[in-house]
Design a protein around this ligand. Structure first.
Ligand code: ACM
Length: 552
């Protein structure tokens, strides 16, 4: 039995209180006969099957009890008053219920009737949870109790509740609309703590609004990291106050030659706060010592190639490098890491480190060793692409696998934890097939099944499971320049990566996932996501288009 004593007590107490309130209300009604709703009658709920719901990622364990929780205009949302941080999660749930159903529910009011159904959020610290993102949903006819290890865990539980709410109401059960939620028990926790996507805002710039929409879509699937690739040869996208030309010059263009753009520090903080409200960490990346043309054009003193520099709008890689033996370069990096770390509350700072083909090997190792110390000085854990394993890495630094199994083994031997982003499986910018409108195929074509059918636990031989921090699906932007194109490449594949990083290996199954994925259309259409309708999926037609939802 997963429901704790305190939550039982609370529900019973609330019911008693409500009974008293309703008795008083009934008397007032008799006296003034205005503004009073009759108590609800017992309603017979339809049969349900929790196991046939289309949850993604698949929860750790589910037990169906085949009745229906009554979500309707009378449902109240309550939080344990002793828990900090749950009220905000409850308000978020209330907003999301309104977005999906039009219902405007009350949060933590003492109003209500004895028979009203209650959604109750509570934190159970004393319980031995598998990890701090674990939660349990106990769903009965008139109570839906979300017990969570932490507010963050409650937020993931809320995503599950959102997914359980039917797309359309049942209007035949009583005089008002009801959205029956399948009853039973869900016990859930993530397999990996790092569940990410990366967005390359350097090759093409994406607005704050676009990034926020991507964050909202990722959060629904319990993804908790957005890595922003903020700099590259084609553009520098983050204001650094002590080096203003980085954005004035380096941010002025992008692939294809259009005007680029950049985030002011205020805008970046706004993205970080928006993500934090969704329990998502922003990982900032400053790619170096290669991929640095935009920085060196802005401040030629940084350059290590000795060539004539100009802004670059093409898509070649591997031609730029910082001068790794110059003190000014490290003073510059110190400023950048200091300013960006101060506005990035998450634990990580990504230094890139990939494809530095214009840097001598010995210079590369010297550079990465020095930058690692700078990152540590500002209290962050360094992440780097897989080439960094060739430097003298600290075991606290994190290795992001994209191409080389050899480097992965080196990283493991140095005690570094691994983020898995194998280009052949997890690069969102790879085309689905030869007909794809956008994307590249230098690593592979990655259709929706190929994206899902691999196992992070065994993809590279001999990585102990506890050395895998998680999975990240990068979206490079050579071929995409707006949110529709971003959505075409990311969706539906990112939904599969969410399951690869959250769900236990024994709960992942392509045929089962395929059906659940086909049923994501009501959400994707409600959010106006221009996903790629892969012919490998028998997509379910949603009842309402985005335009119809907007009209309501
Ligand atoms: C990479 O794809 N160059 C990390």
């Amino acid at each position: 039995m997963v429901q704790g004593y305190r939550s039982f007590y609370k529900i019973n107490y609330m019911n008693k209180m409500n009974f008293r309130i309703s008795a008083t209300t009934a008397m007032l009604c008799m006296i003034f006969s205005v503004g009073c709703e009759a108590p609800q009658k017992e309603i017979t709920m339809p049969e349900t099957d929790l196991n046939s719901e289309h949850l993604i990622p698949m929860p750790s364990k589910m037990t169906a009890t085949n009745s229906g929780f009554r979500l309707d205009q009378y449902t109240r949302i309550e939080t344990n008053p002793n828990n900090e941080g749950l009220e905000e999660v409850a308000v978020y749930l209330t907003d999301k219920i309104t977005e999906k159903t039009g219902l405007r529910l009350e949060t933590n009011t003492s109003d209500g009737q004895k028979n009203d159904a209650v959604i109750y959020l509570t934190q159970q610290e004393g319980k031995s949870w598998p990890n701090d993102e674990a939660y349990t949903l106990s769903i009965k006819k008139d109570s839906l109790i979300l017990e969570a290890a932490t507010p963050k865990a409650a937020f993931w539980g809320v995503q599950t509740i959102r997914q359980l709410i039917p797309e359309i109401s049942n209007d035949t059960l009583t005089e008002h609309a009801i959205w029956p939620i399948a009853t039973g028990i869900i016990e859930d926790h993530p397999n990996f703590e790092y569940r990410g996507s990366m967005l390359d805002v350097a090759r093409h710039f994406f607005s704050v609004e676009d990034v926020k929409k991507y964050i909202d879509l990722l959060a629904y699937y319990k993804i908790n990291v957005l890595h922003l690739h903020l700099t590259d040869d084609q553009g520098w996208r983050i204001e650094i106050k002590s080096w203003p030309k980085l954005t004035e010059i380096g941010g002025s263009t992008e692939v294809g030659g259009e005007a680029g753009g950049f985030y002011t520090q205020e805008e970046y903080k706004d993205i970080v706060a928006y993500a934090a409200d969704r329990f998502m960490t922003i990982v900032p990346e400053i790619d170096m010592p290669g991929h640095t043309n935009a920085a060196s054009v802005s401040y030629p003193i940084l350059d290590g190639t000795g060539k004539t520099l100009q802004l670059y709008q093409g898509t070649r890689v591997g031609f730029s490098t910082f001068n790794t033996r110059k003190d000014t370069v490290y003073a510059f990096i110190d400023d950048v890491v200091r300013e960006l770390s101060a506005i990035s509350p998450g634990p990580y700072f990504h230094i890139g480190g990939d494809e530095s083909h214009a840097t001598k090997k010995s210079d590369y190792v010297y550079f990465v060793n020095k930058v690692e110390k700078i990152v540590r000085k500002y209290g962050k854990k360094m992440i780097g692409w897989d080439e960094i394993a060739t430097a003298d890495m600290d075991s606290n630094s994190i290795f992001q696998f994209w191409a080389s199994e050899e480097n992965t083994k080196t990283a493991i031997s140095k005690g570094m934890k691994v983020i898995l982003s194998p280009a052949k499986k997890a690069y969102l910018d790879m085309q689905y097939d030869t007909l794809s409108k956008h994307g590249l195929h230098w690593a592979a074509y990655i259709p929706v099944d190929t994206a899902y059918v691999w196992s992070p636990e065994t993809y590279v031989d001999q990585i102990p499971k506890d050395m895998i921090l998680g999975v990240e699906a990068p979206l490079w932007s050579e071929t995409i320049s707006n949110i529709e194109e971003l959505e075409y490449l990311a969706f539906p594949r990112i939904i599969g990566y969410s399951e690869l990083s959250w769900s236990l290996e024994e709960n992942r199954d392509w045929e089962n996932f395929r059906v659940r994925l086909a049923n994501q259309t009501p959400f994707l259409d409600m959010m106006d996501v221009k996903y790629y309708a892969s012919p490998k999926i028998d997509w379910v037609k949603s009842n309402r288009t985005y335009k119809e939802i907007q009209k309501d």
